[in-house]
Design a protein around this ligand. Structure first.
Ligand code: NAD
Length: 345
């Protein structure tokens, strides 16, 4: 289904990415077109492709484009090793104050270990251990005798992510938010996070059940009984670790989308990387990026189109129809996109 000429178009930056990026992005863009997504793409190059072209993995043109569109769909980007390059993904988050990382996880494949997972992890995206203030202290001629890393969390940052998470929960019909922390040990750092989240939570008590859990117990409870969780609200580092654990519960990174959201812009992607081991073979699974694109449709209030994509992917994985190799099928990336388009609900 193509857009009628009169329909409102929404400018959005498109970054195909490195490795398997161009293959899964092509499949995803075709599916977006098939549901009549309103995006008008401003295509930009970042990552290794941009290093090869001009030396910087995030050229100014990319930043300018996102500044204008405030919306982006991004394929995975390879962070060049050495040469003083910081993670391209962290740089993009910082450039646009993308303070919330949203990672939904839902059981897709039948016959897995869990059948009823439907939860969303919301991670603070800019503070905590990720500020990366680290150094070594030399002792007795050993230049690396002691490693020191400092980390900070701000009350303002905690308020911002807590408000975002509670609002998200209410808006999306969620029932419960669990604040995950380590305030028994890191009493200042994650104590402030817990205290501030609980304080903000007071305003939502009539609409949401709010509880809290220590991160180590959460890691175990996720394996023992994941259906007790609905929305998890946590700090940067704990969110990084728990979101990969949660992706593992629902079939791995191939099924995990993510949104990086701020007041200035929003950027949607697959959680996985550029998979150099299978790049160029046309066999990558595009589901995670397609789910990221569905999150982007939700973000621009096109929930109907987002639901069509999600329901179709659910149906195909349920029936094990036309899947790629990582999910036990034999389809290529392009063939899987054909199957999605032919079976759109
Ligand atoms: P990876 O996620 O690229 O790959 C891990 C394993 O999962 C590989 O065996 C790969 O073949 C497989 N895999 C990943 N996505 C798949 C898909 N869609 N279909 C089928 N199999 C898939 O992780 P890595 O190898 O650690 O990282 C490779 C590069 O990606 C690095 O440069 C890293 O910095 C970058 N990276 C980027 C992002 C991002 O842009 N958001 C995220 C993580 C890693």
């Amino acid at each position: 289904m193509t857009q009628p000429a009169t329909a409102k178009r929404i400018p959005a930056t498109l970054i195909r990415g490195d490795g398997i990026g161009p293959e899964i992005m092509e499949a995803t863009v075709r599916v977006l077109e098939a549901v009549g997504a309103p995006f008008e793409w401003d295509e930009q190059i970042a990552g290794m492709a941009a290093v090869d072209a001009g030396g910087d993995p995030i050229p100014n043109a990319v930043l300018e484009s996102i500044k204008k569109t405030k919306l982006a769909l991004k394929g995975p980007l390879t962070t060049p090793i050495g040469g003083g390059f910081r993670s391209v993904n962290v740089r993009l988050r910082e450039a646009f104050n993308l303070f919330a990382n949203v990672r939904p996880a839902q059981t897709f494949m039948p016959d897995g270990r869990y059948t009823d997972i439907d939860l969303v992890l919301i991670r603070e995206n800019l503070e905590g251990m990720y500020v990366g203030a680290e150094h070594f202290v030399p002792v007795d001629g050993d230049p690396h005798a002691v490693a020191e890393s400092s980390s900070f969390i701000t009350r303002g940052g905690c308020r911002r992510i807590a408000e975002f998470a509670f609002d998200y929960a209410v808006r999306n019909g969620r029932k419960k938010v669990t604040i995950v922390h380590k305030a028994n040990i890191l009493k200042a750092l994650t104590g402030l996070f817990l205290e501030t989240c609980l304080e903000i939570g007071e305003k939502y008590k009539d609409r949401l059940e709010i509880d809290d859990k220590i991160v180590d117990n959460t890691a175990m409870q996720l394996v023992l009984n994941p259906s007790q969780f609905d929305v998890i609200l946590t700090t940067n580092m704990f969110g990084d670790i728990l979101s990969d654990e949660i992706a593992g519960l629902v079939g791995g990174l191939g099924m995990a989308p993510g949104g990086n959201i701020g007041h200035e812009a929003a950027l949607f992607e697959a959680v996985h990387g550029s998979a150099p081991d299978i790049a160029g073979q046309g066999i990558a699974n595009p589901i995670a990026l397609m789910l990221g694109a569905a999150m982007m449709l939700d973000h621009v209030n096109e929930q109907g189109k987002a639901t069509r994509i999600r329901k179709t992917l659910e149906k195909l994985t349920d029936e094990r129809k036309g899947l790629t190799g990582d999910l036990g099928g034999t389809a290529t990336t392009a063939e899987f996109a054909d199957t999605v388009i032919a079976n759109l609900v």
